[in-house]
Design a binder for this molecule. Sequence first.
Ligand code: 4AD
Ligand code: MG
Length: 440
Amino acid sequence: MDAMASAAPLIRIREAAAYDGQVVRLQGWVQNRTDKGRLQFIQLRDGTGVLQSVAFQKDLPEADFAAAGQLTQESAVRVEGLLRADARAPGGFELGLSRLEVVSLAESGYPIQPKEHGTGFLMEQRHLWIRSPRQAAILRIRATIIKAIRDWLDSNDFVGVDTPILTPAACEGTTTLFATDYFGETAYLSQSGQLYNEATIAALGRTYCFGPTFRAEKSKTRRHLTEFWMVEPEMAFARLEDVMAVEEAFVSAIVQTVLARHGQELSSLLERDLSRLEAVRPPFPRLSYDEAVTLLREGDFPDFPWGEDFGAPHETYLAERFERPVFVYHYPSAAKAFYMAEVDGRPELSRSVDLLAPEGYGEIIGGGERSTDLELLKRRLTEHGLRQEDYEWYLDLRRYGAVPHAGFGLGIERTVAWICGLGHVRETTAFPRLLEKMYP
Ligand code: 4AD
Ligand code: MG
């Protein structure tokens, strides 16, 4: 049968309800087939949903029915049939086939079978694993999160400005740089677009960059990737408190948008406790670093030394005290990057703030107020082992019209992991880059 000449409308599975009782055409992949002799039950997947279709011998041309009986998992087909509501069918609709065309018959032995597989194996098969309904749902939710982020920022006066990936400068310390040869000079893959945002706000007031960032993280954890996406808003004439107000409105809007659009997938495919997400509304609790240390010492970490950065267990312990994401602000200056502003009268503290997600997901945002003090920044560059000549352009921003300014970076993968309730960031992106993992 060629290209199935037919007057029936070509639809997507998502639209099924609008075509109840009509003959329609669909194209997709065979997720599963059950052979009952003169009846073949075929689960069809088309990227928008899954639909049960039934080939009954008497309803199809002989060749079409014979082809149906040969279908292997992941074969691609075009079909035509009568769509009807059927409460017994998963998804509530069933397609009674009248025609079936094989676009491509998959080899037998598809590696991923409807049974439990180990994660190591599934990661090797990531190019195929993403076809499973749960993985596809995560990718759809990730796309919604990214759109919600852009929508919120675009409608709150932030101008999207792309920042370079190849840079001469380190933003977040020299230990996690990926270096590459740039015609005889060393270039680094961007760890953050923040320093460039600090330039663009002087042109546009409020800006954000959104793109891939790179860190040669030697840590093999559930929340570290070597390549991850980050959105980084930056605001002129803004202080630490302004950043917290923006962050809580921003994060709440993202979560509520995902809930409104994907509540069904979150609860059925990802078994997410929706009440935990519904609780994500402003205001978020605020803890100073000093208060956080006191909480840790009164609790599970009596010996926690003042001045250290928090690790995953500390963040989990702190976040568990609250229903909503929690801000921790005024971290020790020594634990933070060179550009941080100091707290008035307490130079050992920085005007920094991290946002810790509930349920053990840890830090999803890092940010704060930037120093406008030229001499302090020069001293810090030296202390951090950075060459001033690489940062002259950045220091110019303090020489020409410096204003109090602040911003933050939200990690997309950690946000997806938290919202979807995933145990590991490896499932938050189609092809994760992890320590010792660059395939497929
Ligand atoms: O706290 P970080 O390092 O902050 C910055 O890069 C600032 N320059 C951002 C800014 O103020 N414009 O990183 C920000 C966020 C973290 O909270 C985390 O969500 C994510 O980026 N992140 C990672 N996500 C996955 N894998 C990694 N290796 C990550 N490192 C940071
Ligand atoms: Mg951080």
